[in-house]
Design a protein. Structure first.
Length: 107
């Protein structure tokens, strides 16, 4: 009878240890998942901000090109391991005989 009590205690301790390991594993996986999603989110935000800055620069390049009578040409820039493509498009005529253009940056 004493042998059975010892085996039951060992089985109980083993069960508690296995359950503890399982709970810790689930917590670690949750933390890693959350950290990974934050890293991906911050990378996306960085790309969007970079695209906005490139678009602002593209507007000034367009102003210079149109002022000098040059044609607008699409171009690409490679920054921080990412390729950004700048595309100009004319969108009809604006007020007072102006020619509005759209600057699109894709990444």
């Amino acid at each position: 009878m004493n042998q059975n009590n010892i085996r039951r205690k060992h089985a109980f301790v083993l069960t508690v240890v296995i359950m503890s390991i399982l709970v810790i594993f689930i917590l670690v996986m949750g933390i890693l998942s959350r950290t990974t999603s934050r890293a991906l989110s911050s990378d996306s935000i960085l790309k969007r901000i970079t695209a906005e800055v490139i678009a602002k620069g593209a507007v000034w390049k367009a102003v210079e090109a149109l002022h000098n009578g040059w044609a607008l040409t699409n171009y690409t820039e490679y920054l921080n391991g990412n390729l950004y493509t700048v595309t100009y498009s004319s969108s009809g005529s604006g007020p007072g005989g102006t020619s509005p253009y759209t600057v699109l940056v894709t990444y």
